[in-house]
Every structure is written in structure tokens, then in C-alpha cells.
Design a protein around this ligand. Structure first.
Ligand SMILES: Nc1ncnc2c1ncn2[C@@H]1O[C@H](COP(=O)(O)OP(=O)(O)OP(=O)(O)O)[C@@H](O)[C@H]1O
Length: 229
């Protein structure tokens, strides 16, 4: 297993936001996580990232893991390529940064300042910064949430491509049922502090939103989320 979580509990004060949650993710598997606002998705991601340690239960994650958040969180005083390799051991390596910037289609942005990037470009830099760590597990917390529809569609295609190339497991937190079905092998629905439902997306890629099975899965997920299709 790439990720193995058993009886995970995380409380804020009296309230257990995550309550005896079990989860496993296979190496190379793409898993999407849906759930109502405030149900604890980001909290779970922070725990898997090793940012939040105030937990009980068992959590096993690969040592090589990386996170990309909804906001790209680039350092404004460092040029793009330096942001990509920020925090890596050793001397900052521009050629290395450029290799990963090329993967996200931003070769020509290596030496610009982050403030000159569009939202979609900044998000791609954030992906390059995650990938440069060659993670076995990539944690994505609504990375496309703030993007317009067209940019979002392109970013989704890019993530699908990067995942196919890099052979890492991905856990993608999203609010978008369609996005989860376009990208993931398995979709989880979080509720009441645990994984309340899950579905395996048994459809070949690239996926067709008009496929009857796609429509059926979307209706199933929406009904689990309490939204009628
Ligand atoms: N540091 C904190 N202190 C107190 N409560 C917190 C803290 N962090 C999160 N919470 C609470 O835990 C719950 C889960 O928050 P979390 O951000 O994980 O939800 P989410 O499912 O990611 O929501 P959204 O989809 O809106 O991003 C919320 O009720 C939130 O208020």
C-alpha cells in the first residue's frame, strides 16, 4: 500500500472532525475525495502531508510525498525557477527546475517573478514544485478550485498526463463530481468523520461525460452528497 490509515481521529476541542477513519491507497492509484464543505477533507490531507500531527490512530504514508494547495503559495521575492526547487537539499539547480517547468508547459517562465503569472500558470508552477520532489504520493487540495472553466479543463488534462507519466499515487480533494469521475480510479465520499461511500470508476480513459455509465456514476455520487442530479 502507498497510504494506509486506520482508526484515524482528529479533534478540534470536543469535536472529532475525523472519527476513526480508515483509508488505503495503492501505489500509483488516483483517488478523488469529495464531501461537504467542512467535513474534514483538508484536515485529512494536512495529516497525510505530515503538517498536522495531533492525531490518534495509525497513518502510514510514503516518505516521498508532495502537496499542491488551492492557492499556489509561491514566494513573491523568488523567481519562478527558484520557487520550483525551494526547500530541496543541495544547491538550487536551475536546469532541474526548468525540466519540471517544461513538463507543465512553462519553459519560458523560469526567470520571471511570480506576480507576473496568471492564476493558471501559478498553479502549474505549484505542480512543478510538487513534481520536482518525484513523490510517490501527490496530495492535491482543490488545485483547480480558483480557475476559470477553460483553464480548469486544461489543468485537469495536465494532471491526468503528469499522473500517467510519473507513476505516483494521487489523492485529489475536489468539490467537483465530474472532475472526480474524469480523473480518478476511485472516488471517496467523506461524511461524519469517515469515508461514507466509495465507487470504483470502471471506465476507460479518456472519459466521456456522455457515457451512460459516467452519467450513472455521477448520479450516484450526487445522491450520496445529498444533491439531486
Ligand atoms: N485549526 C483548526 N481549529 C479549529 N477547527 C478547525 C481547524 N481546522 C479545521 N477546523 C474545523 O474542522 C472542520 C473541517 O475542516 P476542513 O478544512 O478539513 O474541511 P473541508 O472538508 O476541507 O472543507 P472545505 O471543503 O470547505 O475546504 C471544520 O469544521 C473546521 O472549522
Amino acid at each position: 500500500m502507498s497510504v494506509s490509515v486506520s482508526e484515524l481521529t482528529r479533534s478540534f476541542g470536543e469535536k472529532a472532525v475525523i472519527d476513526k477513519l480508515d483509508l488505503s491507497i495503492a501505489p500509483g492509484e488516483f483517488v478523488a475525495l469529495l464531501g461537504h464543505s467542512g467535513c474534514g477533507k483538508s484536515t485529512l490531507l494536512r495529516i497525510l502531508a505530515g503538517i498536522d500531527l495531533e492525531i490518534s490512530g495509525e497513518v502510514t504514508v510514503p516518505r516521498r510525498r508532495a502537496v499542491a494547495f488551492q492557492a499556489p503559495r509561491l514566494m513573491p521575492w523568488k523567481k519562478v525557477w527558484r520557487n520550483v526547487v525551494l526547500g530541496l537539499p543541495g544547491r538550487p539547480d536551475r536546469a532541474l527546475a526548468e525540466r519540471y517547468l517544461a513538463e507543465v508547459g512553462l519553459t519560458d517562465k523560469a526567470t520571471v517573478w511570480p506576480k507576473t503569472l496568471s492564476g493558471g500558470e501559478a498553479q502549474r508552477v505549484s505542480l512543478a514544485r510538487a513534481l520536482v520532489r518525484e513523490p510517490d504520493l501527490l496530495l492535491l487540495d482543490e488545485p483547480f478550485g480558483a480557475l476559470d472553466a477553460l483553464t480548469r479543463t486544461k489543468a485537469q488534462a495536465l494532471v491526468a498526463e503528469l499522473w500517467a507519466r510519473h507513476d505516483c499515487a494521487i489523492l485529489l480533494v475536489t468539490h467537483d463530481v465530474e472532475e472526480s469521475l474524469l480523473l480518478a480510479d476511485r472516488v471517496l465520499v467523506m461524511d461524519h468523520g469517515g469515508i461514507a461511500h466509495e465507487v470504483t470508476v470502471d471506465l476507460p480513459r479518456p472519459r466521456d461525460v456522455g457515457d451512460p455509465r459516467f452519467v450513472e456514476l455521477r448520479a450516484q455520487l450526487l445522491s450520496w452528497l445529498g444533491v439531486s442530479a
